[in-house]
Design a protein around this ligand. Structure first.
Ligand SMILES: Nc1ncnc2c1ncn2[C@@H]1O[C@H](COP(=O)(O)OP(=O)(O)OP(=O)(O)O)[C@@H](O)[C@H]1O
Ligand SMILES: [Mg+2]
Length: 559
């Protein structure tokens, strides 16, 4: 995977701070180079002391001062690269999250309909962090490890080629052993990521479902379901831990045994006079220095395996195609609001045909009511008008312009949709009404709220327009939520207004008051009202009914 291009492309995505990373690598390499000086200093020191030198001799003092200086330099370099890497890691993570968020937001709704929300959240949480850690701690640390290793090798070679070559021969054996033990890590880590995402998806869903869990007394069942997922996550984590726990001491054991072999060879060489006693210290310290990058590389191996799972999921997410590319398409200018559906057919990816060569012409300024059985495709028709999806055949025109030929945002700006499922922010009433018109003045907000029959109840809330309404407006009643959603669409003041069961939860007097209040507001634009309610039907210039994926003209009295 490290060699395959999607992984490299992903790294390209997440590493826009190459200059800083290169600087960090340079600092780390300098730090490693200084570390290589210690064995040499130690052997010089031993040489001087074994010579029987006076402890206040000038060259001994000079050596100690140099040593102290190098230690200090090492400390400063270590601080520099730690901070540099840490802060670059944070910047990189933030950048990756932004890119990922923007990308996710650009994807068609269907992407989210096919996935659990918890899985999408895990991309932004877990996976993004793993990849950024991989770059800053693993990838960047690779070069200094190699510098330490080969530096130690070359310096050892100068003292004793035989010992250095023996060390080099031991390395491949060492990696073979490590690979044998560590090869279980990768499947475990992808399993862990999948299971972790699954657990959070269940958790996220259950919190939203809590009222249903309680009312259907499913607490026990849901606890068991969560527990099962939780336990399976724990089992995978423990298996991972086992492999990792074996890997690290095994690495040390092999390194230690290798060291003993080198020492034995050194003893032989000392005996035949090919090695000086003070060289023995340098050889020993270089050999120990060589084991450090080797165990470091074992860590690299483990973390490549773990990063791969996260990388695969991120690559898949980035590969998903955003909403149709409308780059270079024209803007939909001011419209009078004539809408034509011409031979429109549509099926969801997973289901049968919902719309079948549907024709519907709506004049500018007309109010058309659409009725039809549940599941007959009324909301789907609106989704196509908003371009949440595109028809398989046929086309949709606004003022004679095919909506597929204009920029999607310019199309959506002309349509005010009160969707069947009310979606609200956990913010104040004011923020919610002004969602589609940020910066709207308080008078306009109040006017929209009055038209949607929401002003009176808002005034009775503890903080009026500044009352915070909770997740999805949980602290409001169903009808109140619907009124806010209606006010939000009215404030946008679009030439085309679509009310998908927008007053279904209104009390009858509230609905009549709304229709009365809005007669003028509605008369000045094109309105599509999806409804089963007689009062709303009576408001319409024309009533059509959806049957078998098409529309039939009907009169208000007939439905
Ligand atoms: N995201 C989806 N993926 C797959 N099938 C879907 C999806 N949304 C709706 N459907 C299917 O499309 C059909 C039409 O659904 P739609 O929501 O348009 O009906 P509707 O007329 O608005 O019904 P209602 O009166 O209940 O609001 C239904 O049979 C439904 O099962
Ligand atoms: Mg519907």
């Amino acid at each position: 995977m490290l060699k395959s291009s999607p992984f490299l492309r992903l790294l390209g995505h997440v590493t826009p701070h190459r200059a800083v990373l290169v600087l960090a690598v340079v600092l780390m390499v300098a730090e490693s180079a200084i570390a290589l000086a210690h064995p040499w200093l130690a052997s010089r020191f031993a040489g001087l002391v074994l010579d029987g030198a006076d402890s206040l001799r000038a060259d001994l003092i000079a050596l100690m001062v140099l040593w102290a200086f190098l230690l200090a330099a090492q400390g400063v370099l270590s601080f520099g690269n730690r901070y540099l890497l840490g802060s670059t890691g944070e910047t990189m993570l933030a950048g990756l999250r932004t890119r990922l968020y923007d990308h996710l937001q650009s994807l068609p709704l269907d992407y989210f309909h096919q996935r659990r929300r918890g899985e999408v959240l895990a991309l932004l949480g877990n996976d993004a962090e793993r990849i950024s850690n991989f770059v800053t701690s693993t990838l960047v640390g690779l070069l200094p490890l190699l510098v330490t290793f080969f530096g130690a090798f070359v310096l050892m070679f100068r003292i004793s080629p035989e010992i250095a070559l023996l060390a080099l021969v031991l390395v491949p054996l060492f990696f073979l052993a490590m690979k044998l033990i560590g090869r279980r890590l990768r499947p475990l880590s992808s399993q862990w990521i999948r299971e972790h995402a699954r657990m959070f998806a269940t958790l996220e869903e259950n919190i939203g479902m809590l009222p249903a869990i309680k009312s259907f007394t499913r607490e026990r069942l849901e606890s068991d379901r969560f527990e099962e997922s939780n336990r399976s996550l724990m089992r995978i984590a423990k298996r991972q831990l086992l492999v990792e726990s074996v890997l690290s001491p095994a690495v040390q054991l092999f390194a230690g045994l290798g060291l003993l072999a080198l020492l034995f060879l050194a003893a032989v060489q000392l005996e035949v006079g090919r090695l000086q006693p003070e060289d023995l210290i340098a050889v020993l310290l270089y050999a120990m220095l060589m084991t450090r990058p080797i165990s470091g590389l074992a860590g690299v191996y483990g973390s490549v395996q773990t990063a791969r799972g996260a990388a695969e999921r991120l690559i898949e997410a980035f590969a998903a195609a955003p909403e149709p590319d409308d780059h270079g398409a024209g803007e939909l200018g001011p419209v009078s609001g004539a809408i034509r559906f011409e031979g429109v057919s549509f099926a969801y990816p997973t289901g049968p045909r919902v719309l079948d060569k549907l024709d519907l012409h709506i004049r500018a300024g007309e109010t058309v009511a659409i009725t039809g059985e549940n599941g007959s495709g009324k909301s789907t028709l609106i989704h196509l008008l908003m371009r949440f999806a595109d028809p398989a055949a046929g086309r949709i025109l606004i003022d004679g312009t095919d909506i597929q030929s204009v920029r999607i945002v310019s199309l959506r700006r002309h349509i005010g949709l009160v969707a069947q499922n009310v979606l609200l922010l956990n913010g104040s009433v004011r923020e919610n009404i002004a969602y589609g018109a940020p910066g709207a003045d308080p008078d306009a907000i109040e006017q929209a709220a009055r038209a949607a029959q929401a002003h009176d109840f808002i005034c009775r809330l503890p903080n009026g327009y500044d009352t915070v309404i909770g997740d999805q407006g949980i602290r409001l009643s169903g009808g109140q939520r619907q009124r806010l959603s209606l006010a939000r669409a009215l404030l946008k003041d679009p030439p085309i207004l679509v009310l998908d069961e927008a007053t279904s939860m209104f009390d009858p007097s509230g609905e009549l008051a709304f229709l009365e209040e809005c007669r003028e507001v509605l008369a000045s634009r094109t309105v599509i009202v999806i409804t089963h309610r007689p009062a709303s039907l009576a408001l319409a210039d024309r009533v059509v009914k959806m049957v078998g994926g098409r529309v039939q003209e009907a009169s208000a009295a007939a439905v």
